[in-house]
Design a binder for this molecule. Sequence first.
Ligand code: P6P
Length: 340
Amino acid sequence: MPVSSNMQGKVVTVTRYIMEMERNIPDATGDFSNLLSEITLAGKMIQREVSKAGLVDVLGKTGTVNVQGEEVMKLDALADRIIYQALDHTGLLCVMASEEEEDVLHIPPEYPCGKYVLNYDPLDGSSNIEANVSIGTIFSIHRRVTPGNGHGTEVDCMQPGFKQVAAGYLVYGSSCMLVFTTGQGVHGFTLDPSMGEFLLSHEDIRIPGSGNIYSVNEGNRELWSQGTKDYVDGLRDPGKRNGSGPYKSRYIGSLVADFHRTLLYGGIFLYPSDTSSPQGKLRLLYEAAPLAFIVEQAGGMAVDGTSRRIMDILPDELHQRTPLVIGSRENVEDYLKSDR
Ligand code: P6P
């Protein structure tokens, strides 16, 4: 839901928007606005690295260091370090978990621990960067569940999606966008490079009730269940949409980009289980669960390929995978009817 109508036509930064939102939360302490502000700072730093990646790659080809003598790091490892170092000193987190790190990341001993937990995928889709395809950062925030105010543990990271207090993603594409929810709707902010500020550009995003775009890697078709095969094959049937032609197929192969288009245009994204990935490919804690929170807040639906809500899955591994079927409610329900 929009924060307030008096923002119409004004330049609203993400910081101001979060402060306005927190005014609606009686016991808000400002911690969340501080947390999100640090995440946006990390996003700006990653955007800067991503935008010059092609250049660095050319320069970096002279060896393992670039012309400035800097270590040419893999971009996702660099993004991982940027996020960790942007958040580790805030005193807001008790533990972090990253797609890039096998074990949980503890807060350095010189900094205090806080009441939140951050699970994140620092740079999803990074293998696409050399083709200049949009990639992204995905994050999920929980409150700690272990007692005390010291270091958190895996238990704090491995919480079900319905306990998230916030979730979001940054998409590094033709423009850099931040999209997040705190349970009060979904809001999008676009980076104005001339100001270095994320400005409100998509307030209260609602996913269309249905859409005519489907997004799946059809190269895996022969590995799918018969129900998934029948569903996707049916979308190509010109008669499927009351004679208005087949669905459109769009697949970028970068989860954040495919999800962002689905959120704005409607339709369905699928990464179903298949015979080579029975548990699916995508990760629950820092990919499926945060996107599920966002899509549900925008009026959509996210399931694991059966009728189980992604947000209800109780994790038992930090890097647990899950099948993911996400998008407009009517499209996901249509899939569920066929995958019995
Ligand atoms: P496939 C990128 O490597 C990624 O993790 C997601 O961003 C993307 O949705 C998926 O894998 C693509 O996987 O098997 O279609 O190449």
